[in-house]
Design a protein around this ligand. Structure first.
Ligand SMILES: Nc1ncnc2c1ncn2[C@@H]1O[C@H](COP(=O)(O)OP(=O)(O)OP(=O)(O)O)[C@@H](O)[C@H]1O
Ligand SMILES: Nc1ccn([C@H]2C[C@H](O)[C@@H](COP(=O)(O)O)O2)c(=O)n1
Ligand SMILES: [Mg+2]
Length: 191
């Protein structure tokens, strides 16, 4: 059974940054749904490249069958990991129901790490990220934030009702955010 921590928060809240540090220090493997989709978009022979790019540019969510298969394949490549940081997933109701259908019995969902940061700061971070992402522009960011507010935040609320959400304020400098995140992992792994 794979241990899974879902990592959610607005675009630019620092999910990738914090997951890299956890991966480095705590033995969890970082799987970013967005990174896996971008890699699939670039893969020669992929039948999903154009569909994925259109969702990424529009800030909408790729059908779960594609994303969940990419996640499961990646997990199967790291069978001895302490656990997986599933970054940017589940992003909407389709993601959540598809994951439950495909993964129940195969994973133990430990908790949801929610990185909370005001949207104006998140947008500035994305605009200054400098990675050349096709969705780090004002138009795509508006749509990504709308999708986050309307579709992803309700998923965080859903997990909140199950007492699974661990919220960390990620408006602060990375080292401060990370310090609190480590405490969350220590508490979870002592139980
Ligand atoms: N706590 C922080 N303070 C200042 N800048 C930060 C902080 N965390 C991350 N950043 C910077 O903000 C940008 C976005 O961070 P990151 O890619 O980790 O966010 P993300 O949540 O994964 O975004 P997305 O959802 O768009 O993939 C990066 O340039 C990163 O260096
Ligand atoms: N579960 C997911 C995760 C990501 N995507 C698509 C749509 C997002 O805007 C884009 C970038 O994701 P990020 O790197 O910002 O986490 O990827 C999706 O459709 N479904
Ligand atoms: Mg990211």
């Amino acid at each position: 059974m794979f241990n899974v921590v879902f990592v959610l928060g607005p675009p630019g809240s620092g999910k990738g940054t914090i997951c890299s540090k956890i991966q480095e220090n705590l033995g969890y493997v970082h799987l970013s749904a967005g990174d896996l989709l971008r890699a699939e978009r670039e893969r020669a022979g992929s039948q999903f490249g154009a569909l994925i790019e259109s969702h990424i540019k529009n800030g909408s969510i790729v059908p779960v069958e594609i994303t969940c298969s990419l996640l499961e394949n990646a997990m199967n490549l790291h069978k001895t990991a302490n656990g997986f940081l599933v970054d940017g997933f589940p992003r909407n109701a389709d993601n959540l129901s598809g994951w439950s259908k495909q993964m129940s019995g195969k994973v133990h969902e430990q908790f949801v790490l929610f990185l909370s940061c005001p949207v104006d700061i998140c947008i500035n971070r994305c605009l200054n990220r400098g990675e050349g992402r096709t969705d780090d522009n004002v138009d795509s960011l508006k749509k990504r934030v709308e999708t986050y507010n309307n579709q992803t935040f309700p998923i965080i609320e859903h997990f909140g009702k199950l007492n699974m959400v661990r919220k960390v304020d990620s408006e602060r400098p990375v080292e401060e955010v990370y310090e609190d995140v480590v405490k969350v992992f220590e508490a979870a792994n002592q139980m």
